[in-house]
Structures are given as structure tokens and as C-alpha cells.
Design a protein around this ligand. Structure first.
Ligand code: PNW
Length: 461
């Protein structure tokens, strides 16, 4: 038996644009994802999120799926432009009412909501009028939106996540342009990351000064990081792996836990890396009640000699690998998901320990972990043994990390449902439940039953 600590949070996660649909219903304003998906060539097969899983109209049914699994917690995001159609000013009460009903339905089933305020769907008006996250005024608009959410939902929400994966917004939104708003630059990602961090700091400040004492909740941020394993045991490759991790999760973790960017980023980026004011620094230090981690995969890291191009893995280094001088590669023996992401449970344990050490033993919550593969519905059943094995082996690694002293408090499977997988459209399926997009029908996969059993046992048999 690998039993988890009492009270361990067992959850599953989604995000607004990936599941809701109803893109222009109920008074919702457009977001940058509504616009980006309409640019020819950006999304696989020309897919978009106009309907997605139609969760907006099937919310009660989806909460029933969670209840059937015995889920303890559900992580979802609020679409900023559903509650504030232009991102500032006027409030859309119909949007508020939707999330209010969702929170009430979760409460009726004893499922704890974990709410992400920003999972990438910036109100389009803020992009067009203010240049989005490049504008240093954005953090104040985000803090005002966050205040609205704390006011209206904070009576029922005790776990807030300000931002989901600022790394992806910075790198994939502003370096390689794979995600909205589709910018390509080697300077903007660092400028945008800076404003995202300031936005996080300001929202946390609002919560702590105006709400936390009365509402008694927790607030944090979710970062993603892929593990970097030294390709050889040479000192140069070990340093390259460490450097890659500092450019990945240190970029966002260090300002929050240590008050500034990693020294190696300062050395290599010069004036492309912004400076924090004293006020920013004070807001950021200690601004996360837990370390939210989205973890999926990893690669080997090697020191990049002058002879290599550095263009080998645009996802890994965001096409700005020359900033890091790290060459990434996969081992040909590693199993992969349909995303092409290596399945590396041992890397989960190593990253948890790296974070534990670097940030002084913080409480950690894995806010996403999951596996993409297309498994068909056959006679009302979906056999997905690889997904079940993925979840089980990553949880074994989590258990080992806990045994060795890491303060891991929760784990959320990405995702509750098959859904709109960003640039991959509907071609990638991460769900514990299969979604037939033609009819909207949901079918629990075998992995949903396996996960339900893990929850019932508070661990692995
Ligand atoms: C995360 N990468 O995104 C997101 O939080 C989810 O919305 C998403 O569906 C899930 O992981 C699966 O992709 C990522 O290329 C997308 O490095 C891409 C990358 C990392 C995270």
C-alpha cells in the first residue's frame, strides 16, 4: 500500500476556453483565443473553441461526472471576458451567475473548487486597446478583475490560483507565436513575464489586504516545468540542465521565493530582463501560499556547443535557446504520449525534490498531470491502459517524494474531459472522460475508474 497523507487533495482540472464553448452567449465578450483561432493555419484542422465541450450548457452533467468519481476537488478557470466583457469596467451579471451556479453545484456534492483566474483567455479588448500583457498597466486591470472574483465568489472559493503557466503565455504566446496572441520575439517574452509576475503580486496583495482574513482562503500561482536531465555526467551538461531549469521554473519561482530572477538569467539576458522596483519586489516576495506545479514530461539537456543550431526543440526552449545554450533531446527508448511528450515518472520525483530544495520546502500542489492518447469508444467502454499506467506511475513517484520529505499536498489530473487542446485543436485527447464532439456525449474511460479507486483508497494498492 502506498497511502497518501490524510486530507490529500485528489482532483481533476479544466480551463474555460478549452471546455465552455458558448463563446458569444450570455453576454460574454471575445477573448484573444476567440480571435486567434480564426486565423487560418494557427490551429490543427481549423478547429476552434466556439462550442468545445459545450460545458456552459452541460455544467450540471459534468459536475455529476466528478461526483461519480468521488473527486475531492475540481480546478477550473474563470473566463475574464465572461464576467467583464471588455476586461475592465462593466460587469456581466449573467457570467457571474454561471460561475455562481457551478460553485453551488460543486458545494452540493462536497467538491472543493480550485479557481484559476487566468488560463490564457485575455479579453480581446485589452489586447487591441492596450497591447495586452506588454502593457505595464495590465497588472492593475488584472487586480481589479481579481477583486471582482474575490467579492462575488470568495464566500465559496478557498483556493485561488492567479495565473496558469506564465511560461506558456510568455514563450508560446510571445516568443514562438504558437499560442495567442501569436507574437514572435526574443525580447517580448521577458517583458511579458515581468508584467504577469507583477499582476500576480498585485492580485495576491488585494486578496491578502481585503479578503483573506474574512474568507480564510489560500492563494497561489501555477507554474509549469519540464524536467531537464543532464545528458552526460560531464560538468558542462550538469550545468546546462541546472541552467535550463532556472530559465524555466526559476524564471517565475525565484522572484516569488527569493525576490529576483535567477542570476544566470541576469548574466545572459542583459537589458532584455526587466528590473523589479522595490514595490514590486515587496509584493512578490512570499506571494504564494503554495507552489502550484503543472508537470508532464522532460528531456535530456546538454551544453550547446557553437556547432549546434539550437533550433531542435522549439517547445523546450521556446525558440530562444541561444539565450540558454542548452541542447535538448529525447532518449529513443522513452515511451511517448500522442503529443510526443516522453513519459518520465522518475522525472516527477526529481523535479519535486528540486523545487523543495530551491524554495525552502514549500507546500506543493500538482495542479496538472496527464496523458494524451486517442482511445475509441467500443460498446460504451473506453480502454485506456496507458493513461491509467501513466497516472499510477507518476503517483508512485509522488509518493516516493512525500516519503523522502517533500510537502506535496494535492494532485489534479489533466483533464476531466477531452477538450480543445490549443494549437492541436481536438486532435489530442487528455480526458478521463471521452467526449464525442458531434453529440456532446461523455463516456468515462477506464482510467476514470482507476482514478476513482485511487481516491477511494487515498493512495495506491
Ligand atoms: C498545459 N508545452 O499547457 C495547460 O495548462 C493546459 O491548458 C493544457 O491543455 C495542458 O498543459 C496539456 O497541454 C501546456 O508545449 C501546453 O511545453 C504546452 C506546453 C506546456 C504546457
Amino acid at each position: 500500500m502506498k497511502t497518501f497523507p490524510t486530507g490529500f487533495t485528489w482532483g481533476s482540472a479544466t480551463a474555460s476556453y478549452q471546455i465552455e464553448g458558448a463563446w458569444n452567449e450570455g453576454g460574454k465578450g471575445p477573448s484573444i483565443w476567440d480571435a486567434f483561432t480564426q486565423i487560418p493555419g494557427k490551429i490543427a484542422e481549423g478547429h476552434d473553441g466556439t462550442v468545445a465541450c459545450d460545458h456552459y450548457h452541460r455544467m450540471e452533467e459534468d459536475v455529476a461526472l466528478m461526483a461519480a468519481m468521488g473527486l475531492k476537488a475540481y480546478r477550473f478557470s474563470i473566463a475574464w471576458s465572461r464576467v467583464m466583457p471588455t476586461g475592465r469596467g462593466e460587469v456581466n451579471e449573467e457570467g457571474i451567475a454561471f460561475y455562481s451556479r457551478l460553485l453551488d453545484a460543486l458545494k452540493a456534492h462536497g467538491i472543493e473548487p480550485w479557481v484559476t483566474l487566468y488560463h490564457w483567455d485575455l479579453p480581446l479588448a485589452l489586447q487591441l486597446e492596450l497591447d495586452g500583457w506588454r502593457n505595464p498597466e495590465l497588472p492593475d486591470h488584472f487586480a481589479a478583475y481579481a477583486r471582482l472574483c474575490f467579492e462575488r465568489f470568495g464566500d465559496r472559493v478557498k483556493h485561488w490560483i492567479t495565473l496558469n503557466e506564465p511560461w506558456v503565455v510568455s514563450i508560446m504566446g510571445h516568443a514562438n507565436g504558437v499560442m495567442a496572441p501569436g507574437r514572435v520575439s526574443n525580447r517580448e517574452p521577458y517583458a511579458v513575464a515581468h508584467q504577469l509576475l507583477r499582476a500576480h503580486g498585485k492580485a495576491v496583495d488585494v486578496y491578502r489586504r481585503e479578503f483573506q482574513a474574512e474568507q480564510g482562503g489560500q492563494i497561489g500561482i501555477t507554474n509549469n516545468c519540464d524536467w531537464r536531465e543532464p545528458k552526460t555526467d560531464s560538468a558542462a551538461d550538469q550545468a546546462a540542465a541546472q541552467r535550463a531549469l532556472e530559465f524555466f521554473v526559476g524564471w517565475f519561482g525565484d522572484p516569488i521565493y527569493h525576490g529576483d530572477y535567477p542570476a544566470v538569467m541576469r548574466e545572459r539576458l542583459g537589458d532584455r530582463l526587466p528590473q523589479f522596483s522595490d514595490e514590486d519586489r515587496a509584493l512578490l516576495r512570499g506571494s504564494s501560499d503554495f507552489f502550484g506545479l503543472n508537470f508532464y514530461t522532460g528531456l535530456y539537456a546538454a551544453n550547446q556547443g557553437e556547432e549546434t543550431s539550437g533550433e531542435s526543440n522549439p517547445y523546450g526552449n521556446g525558440g530562444i535557446s541561444e539565450d540558454q545554450d542548452v541542447e535538448l533531446s529525447a532518449d529513443p527508448t522513452w515511451k511517448k504520449s500522442s503529443m510526443g511528450w516522453p513519459v518520465l515518472p522518475w522525472a516527477c520525483e526529481r523535479l519535486l525534490k528540486w523545487i523543495d530544495r530551491r524554495y525552502g520546502h514549500p507546500p506543493i500542489v500538482i495542479t496538472e498531470n496527464g496523458f494524451a492518447q486517442d482511445n475509441p469508444v467500443v460498446d460504451g467502454r473506453v480502454a485506456d491502459p496507458d493513461r491509467a499506467a501513466f497516472i499510477t506511475t507518476y503517483l508512485e513517484a509522488c509518493h516516493q517524494a512525500i516519503t523522502d520529505g517533500v510537502d506535496l499536498r494535492g494532485y489534479f489530473v489533466w483533464s476531466l474531459l477531452d477538450n480543445f487542446e490549443w494549437a492541436c485543436g481536438y486532435t489530442q485527447r487528455f480526458g478521463l472522460h471521452h467526449v464525442d464532439y458531434a453529440t456532446g456525449r461523455r463516456t468515462p474511460k477506464d482510467s476514470a475508474r482507476v482514478y476513482a479507486q485511487i481516491i477511494a483508497n487515498n493512495g495506491l494498492q
